[in-house]
Design a protein around this ligand. Structure first.
Ligand code: NAP
Length: 434
């Protein structure tokens, strides 16, 4: 008898968990269940289209999927096609790896105006996610405000200002490339509520902003601290010093050097989105950092814009039939253990932070917990139960070979130099399979 494990979701945390389970000494059968016909979650829909190298990890995940003890069931939605309690009845263990795909509200007046988007929505849109394909943001704008100082904020700013040439070797869908390239956009304002030393973006991403073909970074010298002070690890100090050195280099760049500008604005928290039906400006309060926190100073200013992207971090949606920690935006769990036979990994377990590889220890730990808690397992129907239920309910599951056919068609359809042309609807993906 082998231990049967179902993993819900197919992003990095799911694949690292599957890999750890099948590489263990125990006999495990792992089924990865994904709502869309395509696997890889955040790798496909979160990583920026111009960072193709970051997506190379898909090759390792494809090897895991091809393992004889791993099956992939795409186009199967838990909570709709099959209930979580039903799945738990069928499998020894169920692992939630559903990520954090939703936007966190900024919580300020005017947020519901047209032209204001959260970064989950906006990034999914330009990455061809079927649920966001019809977003149609109006990019006939000159100014854009990006809220937040993380890597997602940098991704959004960069994708909006890169030239067609810089985006040629990417999988940016035409429906996003066309309005981005036709946009009269001249100024992007990336606004952080704290200072350059507290910014969360990493140095490689920050430096890239100084080497764009058509866009120059702008920073007011007065916003830069003299040094990196305070208690922190040597590593953190080194990273912050690198960022500070990079933004110092940006200070001397002239505004008319290139047709577009990304303005790095610090010490400003958004207090209101202004305009009529459409956003026309964002009102900010100046801040200073006290004990690591942004504190408002009661001085206000506005930045005109026709588009706002709030890249202030993601959150997870509650999972039906599962306890949810609303404040933390995660499934309630004890280091990954949720309930008997139910586990969580990745962003639904610990929130939306860290890089792709940060999910590897999660997967390893979940595998250890499952094996320690359940021993050899067995006695449950597992895969055969799942397949019987899918067939009984006429659910058209896409297996990994099916996905590879879809992927081959995406590669074949790509324009020269591009890695793939993504199918952007589920119907298009399924049509490849006849
Ligand atoms: P993040 O790194 O947590 O950054 C969120 C930013 O939003 C912070 O600057 C934060 O400021 C700010 N913020 C939060 N609430 C705010 C509010 N109410 N008003 C104004 N600003 C607010 O999140 P992320 O950029 O979404 O990235 C998520 C994770 O994915 C990160 O671990 C990131 O490194 C990773 N990622 C990596 C890459 C890459 O490696 N190239 C690319 C994309 C994403 P405070 O610091 O003051 O809270």
């Amino acid at each position: 008898m082998s231990l049967s494990v179902a993993i819900i979701g197919s992003g990095p945390a799911a694949f690292y968990t599957a890999d750890a389970l099948v590489k263990s000494d125990s006999d495990c059968r792992v089924d990865i269940i994904e709502r869309l016909p395509c696997p890889y979650g955040l790798i496909r829909f979160g990583v920026a289209p111009d960072h193709e190298k970051t997506k190379n990890v898909m090759r390792a995940f494809a090897k895991t999927a091809a393992h004889e003890d791993v099956n992939f069931y795409g186009n199967v939605e838990i909570g709709k096609d099959i209930g979580l309690p039903e799945l738990r009845d069928m499998y020894d263990a169920v692992v939630l790896a559903v990520g954090a795909g939703s936007d966190r509200a900024v919580g300020i007046p005017g947020e519901d105006k047209k032209g204001v988007f959260g970064s989950a929505t906006f990034v999914n849109w330009y990455n061809g996610h079927p649920d966001f394909r019809d977003l149609n943001p109006d990019l006939d704008v000159k100014g854009v405000v990006v809220l937040g100082n993380g890597n997602v904020a940098i991704d959004v700013a960069r994708v909006l200002v890169k030239t067609p040439g810089e985006m040629a070797a990417t999988d940016l869908p035409d429906y996003a490339a066309d309005p981005i390239q036709a946009s009269p956009l001249s100024d992007v304002y990336m606004v952080g509520r704290r200072g350059p030393n507290e910014a969360k973006y990493t140095n490689v991403e920050l430096r890239e902003m100084g080497h764009l073909e058509n866009c120059v970074p702008q920073i007011e010298a007065a916003q830069l601290p003299d040094s990196v002070d305070g208690e922190m690890s040597d590593r953190d100090r080194r990273l912050r010093e690198k960022n500070l050195a990079t933004v110092r280099e940006f200070v001397g760049r002239t505004a008319d050097e290139k047709p577009k500008r990304v303005h790095f604005v610090y010490y400003a928290q958004p207090v209101e989105i202004l305009g009529g039906d459409n956003v026309e400006a964002v009102r900010f309060e100046r801040t200073e950092v006290r004990d690591g926190r942004a504190v408002g100073l009661g001085e206000y200013f506005e930045i005109s814009c026709g588009l706002v992207v709030a890249a202030i971090g993601y959150t997870s949606k509650p999972v039906a039939d599962t306890p949810f920690d609303e404040r933390g935006g995660i499934v309630t769990n004890d280091d990954g253990r949720v309930a008997d036979g139910l586990y969580a990994v990745g962003w639904i377990k610990r929130g939306p932070s860290g890089v792709i590889g940060s999910n590897k220890p999660d997967g390893k730990l979940a595998a250890e917990q499952i094996l320690a808690d359940l021993g050899p397992g067995g006695g449950k129907s597992g895969r055969s139960g799942l397949e019987a239920m899918l067939s009984e309910r006429s659910v058209r599951a896409v297996d990994f070979t099916g996905w590879q056919q879809i992927e081959a068609a995406e590669i074949a359809n790509a324009r020269e130099g591009a890695p793939r042309k993504k199918f952007v609807t589920v119907a298009e993906m399924l049509a490849v399979l006849g």
